[in-house]
Design a protein around this ligand. Structure first.
Ligand code: NAP
Ligand code: 3JN
Length: 344
């Protein structure tokens, strides 16, 4: 079997560490793995399975020796270094929002639109969608195929790990401070996150939506290749460490009964149905943390609309929402003749 050289850019971050873990777990056919980050952590050691990698500085890293770059260093850094790596022959799978709306860059969820991988040579860059979009569309795809979805109304309940390692530390520190009757200091978020709920993820835009809400709207349209689908999101940060949850209301062209939805979802790729209210069984963030699947439960009719259906969708935001989805894209990529034939 062919082997490929892989660089993880942003390797010391919450997403990058998960990427290293998953590359190892899935035995990705890697001839070499490079850990790359900023000059702040260059020279430090990071674990890769039973090995230790020395972190290298992105500023002077040579991408001509790399086949696949798994990028998560933030959008302003990807903006500069992803095209640079791509011009050196490395195919970049970028986890940031920087290229997601570029018409020449495929935006891929392997269970949903795998065929768009054929466009990877346009720029040698592939985008990984936002975590909230990924888990929602993995669950909605089989329903959309059965009866097209016209409209989605979603409220998210997003874990702090979506903001990175500093936010995980902030939730832990504030929780201890409050339980010790001390003042909780907010640094990463504008308000206290411990024992609180913040209706605010990423910056606000001119239309009153946050960027995270606009990502769910725009990315759904691109991935479903449907510019008519309406997505209205409220994205909310909750004091959970791992696992995003979503309450999703869909309106379909013709009605889908809860029974039919359960039948479709029970055999859908990447989905695990957990919907047994008789036994108080429904998915939670704690159940999803560390797992690969998108969990779906609480499927029920919308009482306000005969074509409406409610779902509760939960997944590990750092795995399927980021690192795992990127590595599944890499697995699709290495299956492409046009990737292997051009010297990769
Ligand atoms: P994080 O824990 O704060 O880690 C940031 C990583 O980026 C660290 O490895 C950091 O390296 C590196 N970095 C920062 N500035 C850099 C620079 N100038 N040059 C090279 N490396 C640099 O954040 P995270 O949670 O891993 O998220 C990182 C990015 O991934 C986010 O900004 C976002 O764009 C993307 N992301 C996507 C999703 C998704 O929904 N698919 C989810 C979460 C995150 P040092 O250790 O050297 O500082
Ligand atoms: O907040 C979350 O739960 C997910 C965060 C994603 C994120 C965080 C900072 C910058 C992104 C993203 O992937 O959309 C970005 C970004 O690249 O814009």
């Amino acid at each position: 079997m062919s082997q490929f050289s892989v660089a993880v850019v942003g390797a010391t971050g919450a997403v990058g560490r998960e990427m290293l873990k998953i590359l190892w777990e899935r035995k990705f056919p890697a001839s070499a793995v490079f850990a790359v980050a900023s000059e702040r952590s260059a020279g430090s050691e990071i674990e890769f399975g039973d090995q230790k990698l020395i972190v290298e500085n992105l500023e002077n890293f040579d991408f001509s020796k790399v086949d696949i770059g798994l990028f998560s260093p933030g959008s302003s850094v990807s903006k500069i270094y992803a095209p640079k790596a791509a011009s050196q022959g490395c195919v970049v799978i970028d986890n940031t929002s920087e290229f997601r709306q570029d018409p020449d860059v495929p935006l891929i969820i392997p269970e949903v639109n795998p065929a768009t991988i054929s466009e990877f040579r346009n720029k040698n860059i592939i985008s990984n969608p936002n975590c909230s979009t990924i888990q929602m569309l993995v669950a909605l795809k089989p329903l959309h195929d059965f009866s097209p979805i016209n409209r989605v109304i979603v409220s998210t309940y997003q874990a702090v790990s979506g903001t990175g390692t500093a936010a995980i530390d902030e939730l832990s520190t504030q929780s201890k401070q409050i339980l010790n009757d001390e003042n909780a200091e907010a640094k990463v978020y504008p308000k206290q996150i411990a024992f609180n709920v913040l209706p605010h993820i990423d910056d606000f835009t001119e239309n009153g939506q946050t960027k995270e809400e606009m990502k769910m709207h725009n990315e759904t349209r691109k991935i479903f290749a449907d510019d008519n689908i309406m997505v209205s999101a409220t994205t909310v940060r909750v004091p959970v460490v791992y696992g995003h949850s979503e309450a999703v209301l869909i309106e379909t062209k013709s009605p889908i009964s809860p029974e039919k939805a359960r039948e479709l979802l029970s055999s859908a790729p990447g989905v695990k149905l957990v919907d047994d209210i008789g036994n108080l069984d429904y998915p939670t963030a704690i159940d999803a943390a560390g797992k690969d699947e998108v969990f779906v439960g609480r499927i029920r009719k919308d009482l306000s609309n005969p074509n409406g259906l409610w779902l509760w969708i939960v997944s590990d935001n750092l795995r399927k929402g980021a690192a795992l989805n990127s590595i599944q894209i890499a697995e699709l990529l290495i299956g492409q003749d046009s990737f292997r034939e051009q010297g990769n």
